[in-house]
Design a protein around this ligand. Structure first.
Ligand SMILES: O=c1nc[nH]c2c1ncn2[C@H]1C[C@H](O)[C@@H](COP(=O)(O)OP(=O)(O)OP(=O)(O)O)O1
Ligand SMILES: [Mg+2]
Length: 200
């Protein structure tokens, strides 16, 4: 496999690690905006995951004039009618904080029993190139909101997201295990199936 460089339009270290772990073994060279500190933040003004992922991918692709992949993702909680959804990153306000976001979710769900704590992670990926129609794929992962945070692995809402099939939160499992089942991994599988055709 030749060198195929993809820039991921993210400044999130947790996402960056997962993209590298999944895509580098497939022969991709992965860079992220952490490698381009001078590029300003893209303001996420959209009301859907796709709008925000398009905004990030298309803005950075037009700026750098190379193919760019963006991820917009979030946690959708049944008892909160799908909230925080696209507002996941700043659910507890500015500056964005995983710890405060998790505390806010736990406080809002209170003592609701297991049957009422259903939730899923959603990930929309948009791959953009300056003179091409963008490619859009999505993936989800179902689970439940734990009663308290468990584990130090992962990032974001991982310590409070319990996966029944694993009997653990995502904060308790290795990167390998998460990357077999996650919303991001599921979206990347769909991207993988379409990327060769799209690049032609
Ligand atoms: O696998 C995940 N495990 C735990 N939490 C997660 C995951 N995937 C998304 N999330 C949470 C983190 C953040 O609160 C929001 C994403 O917000 P989102 O705008 O897509 O990302 P971000 O602002 O952290 O980085 P960037 O926009 O630079 O890609 O959902
Ligand atoms: Mg963001």
């Amino acid at each position: 496999m030749g060198e195929k460089k993809i820039i991921i339009a993210t400044k999130n270290q947790g996402k960056a690690n997962e993209f590298k772990q999944i895509l580098e073994p497939k022969g991709y060279i992965i860079e992220t905006l952490i490698d381009y500190p001078d590029i300003p933040d893209v303001v996420e003004t959209g009301f859907t995951f796709e709008e925000n992922a398009r905004l990030k991918a298309e803005t950075i692709s037009n700026l750098l004039q190379v193919p760019v992949l963006a991820d917009d993702s979030g946690l959708c909680i049944d008892a909160l009618d799908g909230s925080p959804g696209v507002f996941s990153a700043r659910f507890a306000g500015e500056p964005k904080s995983d710890a405060r976001n998790n505390a806010k979710v736990l406080a809002m769900l209170g003592e609701l029993n297991e049957l009422s704590r259903g939730a899923y992670f959603h990930c929309t990926l948009v791959l953009s190139s300056p003179k091409k129609e963008s490619l859009v794929v999505e993936g989800t992962l179902s689970g439940e909101i734990a009663k308290f945070p468990v584990g130090d692995y992962g990032f974001g809402y991982d310590p409070i997201f319990f996966v029944p099939e694993l009997g653990k939160t995502l904060g308790e499992v290795s990167e390998d295990t998460k990357n077999r089942i996650s919303h991001r991994a599921n979206a990347l599988k769909k991207l993988d199936a379409q990327i060769a055709e799209w690049f032609k």
